[in-house]
Each structure stands twice: as C-alpha cells, then as structure tokens.
Design a protein around this ligand. Structure first.
Ligand code: GAP
Length: 440
C-alpha cells in the first residue's frame, strides 16, 4: 500500500490565511467581532463551493437516468423530526467543566478541559443539536419549527410525490444539495465543523435484497469521485463503523475519511438506512410510502442507501489537498493545484500593459472565453506577479495578450502546474482550452 503523505505542520494555518487573504472564506460578522463558527464565502470561495456542488450534481444527477433532484424546505414542523427520530436521539453528550464552566462535547475532549486543563466535569447530559424557532406571528407550541439538521428528511417526506410525478422505480435515487444547521457544542477546525453548513445527499431506494450490493457500489463510486477531482488516493481511506457505533437508523455505515492536518477524519458517510425512514414517516403520517412492483406483483418498502457528503467540508479538503509550494525561477511560490472543474477562475486574461490597443484585444478575448469558462481579468502589476497571484488561487490557465498579439493575432497560454507557455492563435484559443481541459 502506498505510504500516507507527510503533511506540512503549518498547512492548516497557511490555507486559512490564504482563504481569508484571497477572498475564499471570511469570518462571519467580522466587523462586529465575528460570530463564532459561521463563515461567509467570498468572491473566490463562492465559485469554488459552487463548482464542488456542480461537480457532485453532474455526477449524481446529470450523468445518470436513475437519479432525480429535489430542493426541499429548510424549515420543518416537529412532526417530521419526531418521525425521523431527531427529536429523541439527535443529541451529543454535553459536559460542563467544574472549574472554568466552559461547556464541551464529552467525546471530543479526552477527559481534559481544553480551556483550563481541569479533569473535573458534570455528568454528561444529552444535548439536542437541532435549532428550534417559531414560524408565524403567534408564539406557542403550535408554531414551533426546526431548521433541518440534514437534507435527507425532505427527500423521504417527498418520496411519494417524486414516485408519482416522475415514474421512477427502484433502484432509483433522489438527490439534494443545500444548507443544514446543527447547534454543534464544539464547532472547530475552520469550516470542518460549523453550525451552518451545506450538504450534498442522495437517497437511493432499492429492493431490500439488493441493498448490500448497492451499499458497496456507492462506497466505491463516491470514493472514486474525490480521486477523479484530484484528491490523491493516499489521502483517503474507508472506515467501516462497528455495529455498536451505528446511528439509530443505520444497518451499516462506512465513512470516507480524508487526511486532514489533525489526521484522518470524516469527509462523507455512506449508510444503509434499511427501511427505517420510509416506515417511520408512513407510520407517523398515515400515508403509505412503499412501492408496488408490477412485474412481481409484490408490494414492499424500499431500503435506502445514502451517500451523505458535506459540501463545505469537501471544499476544505479540496483546498488542503491542492495547496503546494514549489520553486519557480528561483522564487518560492504557493500554488493551488485544483482540478480545472473546481478552480474559482479557470482562465485569467492578462494584457501585458494597460495600453488601450492591448486592452481592446484582451476584452475581445475575454468575451470569447466567458461563456465557456469562469474568467478573471487582471491588468495590475508585473506579469510575473500576476502569474503568482493566479497560481495562488488555482487558476489553471493564464492567457497573456502582448504587443506581438497585434501582429500575429496570437496569445500566450501558460499552464499553472508546468509553467510552460505556448503560443496559440486567438481564433483557435477556445478549441485549445477545451482540448487541454479534456472537453474535446
Ligand atoms: N443524512 C445523514 C447525515 O447527515 P452526517 O454524517 O451527520 O450524516 C453527512 O453528515 C456529512 O455532512 C458529513 O460527512 C460531513 O461532511 C457533513 N457535516 C455534518 N455535520 C457537519 C458540520 N457541523 N459542519 C460541516 N459539515 C458537516
């Protein structure tokens, strides 16, 4: 087996620093001192996060005939969360440090208070992670609502709607990307664990006898997705949960773990949820949530295989895996070797100078590329400095318009990773970029 790579001990700090400095991730409400554990995505981060979600949607929905999408509400009534088991069991063990009074998640602190070092705590008590709120102007029991702690339940409650409206039959899946909220006791490690985050979940409904086979299929398929998008296989591992550690709904769970700076940790979970969710919602709502197979004249409740990923956590993993430092022309540069499908900017158009004749051609080149690639346009500073700035945010291709362009109607295309430069005619530029990105 190939060795696990050695990580730069300062990797996390370097990536957090880069993320703030270059507009990927900002502390939320920073001008008011910051709101702990919430983050805002800046101009580059929003592109990267969107590309992660788009790559997921492409592989899970667009490129398949057996999976459809949905976008369900974030606010939900208590009945949904009573049926799903979240009201009862979606809890973490909370303890108070008897010395400094800080509150901690017991299973994350190894018996020592991270604040004051004390080993004296209260008995753990179950703390429900759901955010509770009021819906409507009248306060009271009847108006209680919850922010969803996972996107999955909106899929189960729409199972019958989807089945009747798009006429799918098992095996088929329903995918959803969106925000989830958990009142985490100890949010930590940048965007790894936050109280507001984005998930990418898919519930795959299968005949019960095929569940194990599909469970294995989705573990392999999801692992391959991360590798295809550039995470080295040596930074990923599978962790199958022991029976005793399974969630209340699960018949089997395997995590895809990524080598974060603090060690391997969960990136995505793939669970065999059995018929737990559909049965629970059918019982609580009184609406049948099963499937009649006409070919065998059998009625059954499908089992569910669920690949559940965090979009914001995946974005962090892609950033960490992409961060490199190397030496170019005697100068150390930091470079994000992001796959071009994820890069916030895929192409940067750089006129060599601010002279109007160069800017004119450059604007035309930009207009040619913008419908096909997310582009940046930069005229400030020396060309060398501009290359470094693009390398640092992961732009795979820089297109330089120079004075020669006015004679030969060609531009220089520079590759981020090799730093090699080739001269390409402007009228063949789009085809060239499509070819080097493997689109044609
Ligand atoms: N529907 C099943 C489910 O939600 P989960 O393991 O609790 O399973 C799935 O969550 C994924 O969502 C995790 O693997 C992680 O990537 C992401 N996730 C969960 N809690 C998170 C948090 N507080 N902050 C960021 N991402 C989180």
């Amino acid at each position: 087996m190939p060795a696990t790579p050695e990580l730069d001990p300062d990797l996390l700090d370097k990536v957090i620093n880069l993320a703030k400095r270059r507009g990927f991730v900002f502390q939320s409400a920073e001008i008011y001192g910051g709101f702990r554990s919430t983050y805002d995505y800046g101009p580059l981060g929003v592109n990267l996060l969107r590309n992660v979600k788009q790559a997921w949607w492409r592989s899970m929905v667009q490129n398949r005939v057996d999976i459809v999408g949905i976008d369900a509400a974030i606010l939900g009534p208590p009945a949904v969360w009573a049926a799903s088991g979240h009201l009862e069991t979606f809890t973490d063990p909370l303890v108070d440090c008897l010395k400094c009074k800080e509150r901690w998640r017991e299973d994350k602190i190894d018996g020592v208070c991270p604040n004051c070092g004390s080993t004296q705590f209260t008995e753990p008590r179950a703390f429900n992670l759901m955010f509770k709120t009021q819906a409507g102007p009248v306060e009271g029991e009847g108006s209680t609502a919850y922010l969803r702690p996972e996107t999955a339940q909106g899929i189960f409650t729409n199972f019958a709607n989807v089945l009747s409206s798009v006429r799918k039959k098992p095996p088929f899946g329903i995918a959803q990307v969106g925000k989830s909220f958990r009142n985490e006791i100890t949010p930590q490690n940048f965007v790894f664990r936050t109280r507001e985050f984005e998930q990418m979940e898919m519930e795959y409904f299968v005949p019960p006898s095929d569940a194990e086979e599909w469970y294995r299929y989705w573990i392999a398929t999801r692992l391959a997705w991360y590798v295809d998008l550039g995470i080295p296989a040596t930074m990923l591992q599978l962790h199958e949960h022991a029976q005793a550690d399974l969630s209340h709904y699960s018949k089997g769970t395997t995590d895809i773990e990524f080598l974060f700076p603090w060690g391997f940790d969960e990136l995505e979970g793939i669970a065999n949820r059995g018929d737990y969710d559909l049965t629970q919602h059918a019982t609580h709502s009184g609406v049948a949530l099963d499937y009649f197979d006409q070919s065998s004249s059998e009625r059954y409740t499908p089992y569910v295989i669920e690949p559940a990923a965090g979009a914001t956590r995946a974005m962090m993993a892609f950033l960490l895996a992409a961060y490199h430092e190397d030496v170019v022309e005697g100068e150390t540069r930091s470079v994000l070797r992001l796959d071009w499908r994820l890069a916030p900017y895929q192409v940067a158009v750089l006129p060599l100078s601010k002279k109007p004749e160069l800017e004119g051609v450059s604007t035309e080149v930009l207009g040619q590329l913008q419908p096909h690639f997310m582009c940046d346009y930069d005229v400030t500073q020396s060309i060398g400095r501009r290359y470094r700035r693009q390398d640092e945010v992961g732009t795979p291709y820089c297109v330089t318009v120079d004075f020669e362009t006015l004679n030969d109607a060609a531009v220089t295309v520079r590759d981020r990773d090799t730093t090699e430069q080739v001269r390409v005619p402007i009228d063949g530029l789009l085809a060239h970029l499509r070819s080097v990105t493997g689109q044609i």
